[in-house]
Structure formats: structure tokens, C-alpha cells
Design a protein around this ligand. Structure first.
Ligand SMILES: *Cc1c(COP(=O)(O)O)cnc(C)c1O
Length: 410
């Protein structure tokens, strides 16, 4: 049978066990532990002979259903749900690297990912080598026998640079190292990571997937296309778990032992978020394009960046990699920082807040907030201008957003 579309698939992922009431919603199993019928059954389960849920820090039914939905919607091999996007990222790196080893990453990263790579992990001997990710030879020069992965974000924020994924996949393939992407900005209805040779996807489900900033969460998605024997840190898992070595190492070691699981109540919200994901993203995108075109035609706006706009430097890659929907975040510039503040303070519908992909439109001045601790040179190198604002576009009626913006520009 032909594979169904994104939303149809989301609505029809079967439950692992049939619900006795034929409930149309996955029930919320808010339970810490699960009982066994006999001591023998308990022993068999702990030996791994079958997989019943035992204790919710390692796995639980509602969270598992969210993971299964993610697998169906990403066409992947396996998925793991965590307490936040940062938990997904840190668990992934801790699973693939040990002290003395390194990863390669672009330097334009979500702020706390940058802090994890630059401050936290080096204290435990895991180094990040930052590179220009458009430069094949620079990346190759940084790879050595201890390099375990290339890490990148599909669309960087707030610069809205688009990664050239074919280039990165060709290098990682040539050197047999893992290719990891943070795809938070480009949800699975517009981006199929596995098709592009990406091995592991990490996601902050707090953003699009939560259904509009309802709850905190993260996910790790394994596309099942990496030979884990190429990484010495999986030696103890390959023989027993084969293709599942990565997820097994997480469940039986890193994820279990660091305690970053997703709460069942959160998984319930995420499940609902996935059902509505495509609808929401399409609405945000329509609004985003309309606002982009409005900004392009307004003389007070000095610059607009949104790779969904035809004039944007990222337009061609965005069409190729993300079906033309490179997320629903844009940035735009006024003549001065002061003008930005005056504008932001006059807004009545668009909220001044730091999150992304809420149902509400959110605006921030990154230079004075997220990049507040950075030196002038660092902000320059990051492409964060004092005249720039970032707008996360929501699902409001677009004429109201345009009116709010028009009034604030007066
Ligand atoms: C928000 C975000 C994260 C971190 O996710 P949390 O859920 O806040 O921990 C990581 N990467 C990107 C691109 C993000 O936008």
C-alpha cells in the first residue's frame, strides 16, 4: 500500500497493545512501575528475553507511543524521548564520545548547545572542533582518528543559514563518521533527514512538536543507517544488539543512568502536537511568507531574512532540502537598536518572548538578550546585528499580525 500522508500517518499509528475500551486517544499511563505475573517472567524480562515496561525512567507506555509515532513520521529505525532538547543533545554526545575524543561542529549553534560544546563537555575531555561547515577541506583537516561525528543544525538561528547537507553527508561517509543534525527548525513534515544521509537527528520537541509551547521535551531519532562497529564506543553493544546498538547503549546506560526521560503527561501533549503538526506548520508558513512580503515592500524595513523568500540567499537550498519550508522563523532590521525597541514596545498582539514555534507570534532582539554575554567581535562573527529582530511566526489571522506591525512601525 502507498504510504499515507503525514497527518493521516500521525492519526493512525497503532497502539502496541489494544486498549480495552477502544479509546481513540492513547491513554495517559502515569505510573512509576509495572508488575509481573511471576518471578520467572520478571527474570526473563530483565535478561532481555522480552520487553515489558519495568520502571518509567527507562520506558513507559505513553512515552513509547510518542516514540513510535516519531518513528512512523520520520521513517526512521528508532526514537527515544527525553526531558528536553538539551537532554537529547547531551545524551547523544555522551553515547558516541568518551574523554579524549572529539566532534566537529559549525559555530553557529543554538546558544546552550554552543555552551555545552564549548564549556561543559571539554571539562570531561570531549572537545568540539568548530569549523565553517561550507568548507569541505577545512572540515577534512579537522578530522582525526578520534573524531566521532559531524554535528550541524539544519537552519541556524537567528542567522537563518541553511546547511548544505549533501556536502556534509559526503564527508561523513568518506570518513565513516556519524552525521548528526539538530532538525528542530525543520520538522519532519518538511524534512526527511534519513533521505539525506543523516544518521542521527536530535530535536527539541519543546518547539514545533509540543503543539505550540505546551511542554518541555526532546527526542533522538536513529535512522538505522550507520555501521556502529566504526565507533569503538559501541563494542559492548554490537554483538548483542546489532543495528540497535546506539539506542541500546542509551536505554541501558546513558539515558537510564543520567535520568533524562520524558514525563508521561508531556508525552501525551507531544502526541497531540504531532497530530496537529502539519496543520500548524502550514499555517505558520503562510503567515511567515505574507509577513516576509510585507516587510520586503516596506521602506522602514532595512533588511529581511527568510529562506522561504525567493530573493533570500538560502532559497535554492531551502527548496531542495525542506520542500521550500525552511521553518517559520524570520529576522528583519530597522535602522537602529532604538528603533527596534520602540517598535517592539508598541506591539500589542506579537509577544516579546524568547521561545520558538509557539502558536502565538513571538519577537526578540537577539543582540541584547540571547547574545548579551558575547563580546562585540563574537556578535559580529555570529552575524547578530544590533538592528535585527527575530520573529517566530504563529497561527494568528495574518491580517491582525500585519495590522499590529503596521501600527508599531508608525
Ligand atoms: C530550543 C532549542 C534547543 C534546546 O531545546 P530545549 O527543549 O529548550 O532544551 C536545541 N536546539 C534548537 C535548535 C533549539 O531551538
Amino acid at each position: 500500500m502507498k504510504k499515507t500522508g503525514f497527518t493521516t500517518t500521525a492519526l493512525n499509528v497503532p497502539y502496541k497493545k489494544e486498549d480495552p475500551h477502544k479509546s481513540l486517544q492513547m491513554p495517559l499511563y502515569e505510573s512509576v512501575a509495572f508488575a509481573f505475573d511471576s518471578a520467572e517472567q520478571m527474570e526473563a524480562n530483565f535478561k532481555g528475553e522480552y520487553n515489558a515496561h519495568v520502571y518509567s525512567r527507562t520506558s513507559s507506555p505513553t512515552v513509547e507511543y510518542f516514540e513510535q509515532k516519531l518513528v512512523a513520521l520520520t521513517n526512521s529505525h528508532a526514537a527515544l524521548a527525553l526531558s528536553s532538547g538539551m537532554a537529547a543533545i547531551s545524551n547523544t554526545i555522551l553515547a558516541i564520545c568518551k574523554s579524549g575524543e572529539n566532534i566537529i561542529s559549525g559555530s553557529r549553534l543554538f546558544g546552550h548547545t554552543y555552551a555545552l560544546f564549548k564549556q561543559t563537555l571539554p571539562e570531561y575531555g570531549i572537545k568540539t572542533r568548530f569549523s565553517d561547515l561550507k568548507d569541505f577541506s577545512q572540515i577534512e583537516k579537522l578530522i582525526d582518528k578520534n573524531t566521532r561525528a559531524i554535528y550541524f543544525e539544519t537552519v541556524t538561528n537567528p542567522q537563518l543559514d541553511i546547511a548544505d547537507i549533501e556536502l556534509l553527508a559526503s564527508i561523513s561517509k568518506k570518513h565513516n563518521i556519524l552525521l548528526i543534525t539538530d532538525s528542530t527548525m525543520t520538522p519532519p513534515n518538511v524534512f526527511s533527514a534519513g533521505k539525506w544521509g543523516i544518521n542521527i537527528e536530535v530535536v527539541s520537541t519543546t518547539k514545533y512538536m509540543s503543539g505550540g509551547a505546551t511542554s518541555f521535551g526532546g527526542a533522538i531519532v536513529d535512522h538505522g543507517n550507520y555501521e556502529w562497529s566504526k565507533n569503538p564506543n559501541f563494542e559492548n553493544y554490537i554483538e548483542k544488539f546489532g543495528k540497535n546498538a546506539f539506542i541500546a547503549k542509551l536505554r541501558k546506560n546513558i539515558y537510564r543512568n543520567t535520568g533524562g526521560s520524558m514525563a508521561p503527561q508531556t508525552a501525551k501533549l507531544m502526541i497531540h502536537g504531532l497530530d496537529l503538526l502539519e496543520l500548524r506548520v502550514n499555517k505558520c508558513y503562510k503567515n511567515c511568507l505574507a509577513l516576509g512580503e510585507f516587510f520586503e515592500s516596506n521602506k522602514k524595513i532595512k533588511r529581511v531574512d527568510y529562506p522561504g523568500l525567493q530573493k533570500d540567499k538560502g532559497y535554492v537550498l531551502s527548496q531542495k532540502q525542506f520542500d521550500g519550508i525552511p521553518g517559520t522563523i524570520m529576522s528583519f532590521d530597522l535602522e537602529s537598536q532604538n528603533a527596534c525597541y520602540t517598535f517592539m514596545n508598541k506591539l500589542q498582539i506579537i509577544r516579546r518572548a524568547t521561545n520558538l514555534n509557539d502558536n502565538k507570534s513571538l519577537i526578540i532582539h537577539p543582540y541584547s538578550t540571547i547574545y548579551n554575554e558575547f563580546s562585540e567581535e563574537e556578535r559580529d562573527a555570529s552575524g547578530v546585528r544590533s538592528t535585527m529582530m527575530r520573529l517566530s511566526v504563529g497561527i494568528e489571522n495574518v491580517e491582525d499580525l500585519i495590522q499590529d506591525i503596521s501600527k508599531a512601525l508608525e
